[in-house]
Write a protein that binds this ligand. Structure first.
Ligand code: S3P
Length: 179
């Protein structure tokens, strides 16, 4: 990692159901950082659910909301960001996050993701006759982007608490390497 990088914040990226929000909340608590979920901010600013934004305005409009929000995050300090699963697919977003955050990707297999999110209905991209096939397809396209993270943490067979400890360890190492 570039030794001139600033690591003031921590950004979690990864596929839907990889655990970004639950792990992010725990990590923020333990580091005494504030927590921000990009989906939640967009929903509260726009005043519509993600499903309604996708259905009424279209996915490109949602991606533009994400891009604008990411631009603002550089002004933050001591924050943990949980980002929407498609956000790092725009390389501009990833490059932006890396100017102030350690970027950690939470990884899970398509089957595990399916087990975790299969019963949920609020994710428009998974409202598909064959959600597992859709997860596999999206993950294959996104994997090269997720791999651009500074650190990849496998969440398979690990509790939220275990993953959070791993993330905190990586964050402390990255910060120590910068002092
Ligand atoms: C999306 C993931 C969702 C949300 C939207 C699109 C994606 O966030 O941003 O439904 O493209 O993978 P989570 O990863 O928090 O579920």
């Amino acid at each position: 990692m570039d030794s001139t990088r600033q690591i003031r914040n921590l950004a979690l990226i990864g596929f839907m159901g990889s655990g970004k929000s639950s792990v992010g909340r725990l990590v923020a608590d333990q580091l005494r950082f504030s927590f921000l979920d990009t989906d939640e901010v967009i929903v509260s600013r726009v005043g519509k659910s993600i499903a309604d934004i996708f259905a009424q305005d279209g996915e490109p409009v949602f991606r533009e909301y994400e891009r604008r929000l990411v631009e603002e995050l550089g002004a933050q300090n001591k924050m943990v960001f949980s980002t929407g699963g498609g956000l790092p697919i725009n390389p501009v977003n990833l490059a932006n996050l890396k100017t102030h955050s350690l970027v950690v990707c939470l990884w899970a297999s398509p089957e595990t993701i399916w087990e975790r999110v299969g019963h949920q209905t609020h994710r428009p991209l998974l409202n598909n006759p064959d959600p597992l096939a859709k997860i596999r397809e999206l993950l294959a396209v996104r994997e090269p982007h997720y791999r651009q993270a500074d650190v990849l943490v496998n969440t398979e067979m690990r509790s939220v608490g275990e993953v959070a400890q791993q993330v905190i360890h990586q964050f402390r190492m990255a910060q120590a390497g910068r002092q």
